[in-house]
Design a protein around this ligand. Structure first.
Ligand SMILES: Nc1ncnc2c1ncn2[C@@H]1O[C@H](COP(=O)(O)OP(=O)(O)OP(=O)(O)O)[C@@H](O)[C@H]1O
Ligand SMILES: [Mg+2]
Length: 287
């Protein structure tokens, strides 16, 4: 699970202190899905990096599965990331000199997993790429490369998967397939899913949404349009919509997000575990 309490992030620039995030609160139960949405520059990637323990907030705390990662040193955070977190990036981040199979197996091998290749083969099959195992990234389409990246993230059995615009570089049809895959694996593996996205459909598929406007957490109800179109008017514009921002209101307003009860959700079904899957030990390091 993820517990976020009153996170702020300031950075120092040549022009002085810049506030990137302010007063962010969030509670996400295991297996839930969350979309972080908002206009470009609103702080989505910064927040995702803080949630994943890749970056530290200036104030506030983040707990992953009950462990306060903001109170740890970098070594401690790295250990939690290795056990807990997977990451999928917009630009895939595959190693060009390794085949698809080797890319997926690498983080497992780094953990000393002797079944790494078997597990990697299972997850490549799971994303529909069992016929591409010996291909190098340059021999794969963008959608195929992202499927390898998804396989790599899930092969380490993270309890939380973070994805920053995972389909941002893909056409709509290919993106849909990747999204289906993320949600299938989210259900089957019981993985908590946190996505940054500009896509209305994808955000609507998540159980929760966290809307950012200029670094502030905006209540969805302040945005234009019904809940079914949560991003209407907020994402396409580079600045928050007139109805949306109400910055001060947003900060002081109680967050609807925190009140939503976690839905009962399917946990990792034994039948869906990989046959070749080795010991249930670690969730490995992120991609
Ligand atoms: N280290 C930094 N120093 C200065 N400014 C920063 C730093 N990191 C982020 N910013 C600024 O903080 C703001 C939020 O950046 P962030 O990358 O989180 O936005 P985003 O919502 O992910 O945008 P996009 O949708 O374009 O990816 C931006 O204005 C960015 O320029
Ligand atoms: Mg971003």
């Amino acid at each position: 699970m993820i517990e976020v309490s009153n996170i702020s992030k300031q950075v120092t620039t040549t022009e002085g202190s810049l506030s990137i995030l302010q007063g962010i609160n969030l509670s996400l139960a295991s297996g839930e899905s969350l979309a972080i949405v908002g206009p470009s520059g609103s702080g989505k990637s910064t927040l995702l990096g803080i949630l994943a323990g890749l970056d530290l907030p200036s104030e506030g705390s983040v707990s992953l599965n009950g462990q306060n990662i903001t109170a740890m040193d970098e070594e401690g955070r790295a250990a939690v990331r290795a056990r807990t977190v997977g990451f999928v990036f917009q630009s895939f981040h595959l190693l060009p000199g390794l085949t698809a199979l080797e890319n997926v197996a690498l983080p497992l091998e780094l953990q000393g997993d002797k079944e790494a290749l078997k597990t990697a083969a299972y997850y490549l099959q799971r994303v529909g790429l069992d016929h591409r195992t010996t291909h190098y990234p340059r021999q794969l389409s963008g959608g195929e490369q992202q499927r390898v990246a998804v396989a790599r993230a899930f092969a380490c059995r993270p309890t939380i998967l973070f994805a920053d615009e995972p389909t941002g570089n893909l056409d709509t049809g290919t993106g849909e397939k990747i999204n289906d895959l993320l949600f299938d694996l989210n259900k089957e593996e019981g993985t908590t899913l946190v996505l940054v996205t500009h896509e209305h459909n994808l955000a609507a598929r998540c159980g929760k949404r966290l809307v950012l406007a200029a670094g502030l957490q905006v209540d969805e109800s302040l945005l234009e349009g019904p809940l079914k179109s949560p991003l209407k008017g907020s994402v396409k514009k580079k600045t928050p919509s007139k109805k949306a921002p109400a910055k001060k209101k947003a900060v002081t307003k109680p967050k609807a997000e925190a009140k939503v009860k976690p839905k009962a959700k399917p946990k990792a079904a034994a039948k869906l575990k990989p046959r070749a899957k080795p010991k249930a030990k670690t969730q490995g390091s992120k991609s």
